[in-house]
Design a protein around this ligand. Structure first.
Ligand SMILES: [Zn+2]
Length: 168
C-alpha cells in the first residue's frame, strides 16, 4: 500500500468564494448527488478540552469530531459556512460530509455547526432560511426537527449527547 504523504489531497472541485451567508464560503464546481460524500475535511487533528465559555468562543474555526477531539480545517474547508437548512451533514468519522439533497455545480456547501459542537458556545446566524434559529448553539440544544433531518449523518459522539439530553 502506498504510504500517505503529509500533503493533503484536496478535492479539486472545491473552491472558496464570496458567500451570501457570511464572508467567504466553500463552493463546489461539480454537482453532487444526494447521499454521496461531497468531500472529506482535511487538517490537523488534536485533543482539546475547552475549560470555559471564553475558550470555546476563542476557537471559532475548529470542528468537533469526537469527545475532546477536534480538527482545524485547512483551506478551502475552513471556509464552510453554517446554514440552518444546510445541504450537507457529517458521517460517523466526523470528516466525511454527506449531501442531504442533490447539489448543483456552483452551489455553496454548508452544514449545521450544531452537529459537531458540544461546549458552552453560541453564534448569531443570519442565513436567511425560514428555519433560521438566529442563535446557533451546541448539539444538546438542537431542536429535534433539525436533528431528525440530519440523522444518521451526525458523528456518533454528538448523537449520544443529543439523546442523553433529549431523553432527560
Ligand atoms: Zn440560520
Amino acid at each position: 500500500m502506498k504510504k500517505k504523504s503529509f500533503e493533503y489531497e484536496i478535492e479539486n472541485y472545491l473552491f472558496a468564494d464570496e458567500s451570501k451567508i457570511a464572508g467567504k464560503g466553500l463552493f463546489t464546481s461539480k454537482s453532487i448527488k444526494k447521499g454521496d460524500v461531497a468531500f472529506v475535511m482535511k487538517g490537523p487533528k488534536f485533543v482539546f478540552h475547552p475549560k470555559n465559555r471564553e475558550e470555546s468562543m476563542a476557537t471559532p474555526n475548529i470542528v468537533g469530531l469526537d469527545k475532546d477531539l477536534y480538527i482545524e480545517p485547512i483551506s478551502p474547508y475552513v471556509f464552510i459556512n453554517h446554514h440552518c437548512e444546510p445541504n450537507l451533514a457529517v458521517g460517523d468519522d466526523g470528516v466525511s460530509y454527506i449531501a442531504l439533497r442533490d447539489i448543483k455545480a456552483g452551489e455553496e456547501l454548508t452544514f449545521d455547526y450544531s452537529i459537531s459542537e458540544y461546549s458552552d458556545w453560541d453564534m448569531p446566524c443570519s442565513c436567511s432560511s425560514k428555519k433560521c434559529r438566529k442563535i446557533i448553539r451546541s448539539i444538546d440544544q438542537l431542536p429535534i426537527e433539525y436533528f431528525s433531518k440530519y440523522f444518521p449523518y451526525i458523528p456518533k459522539y454528538f448523537q449520544k449527547i443529543f439523546f442523553r439530553n433529549y431523553i432527560k
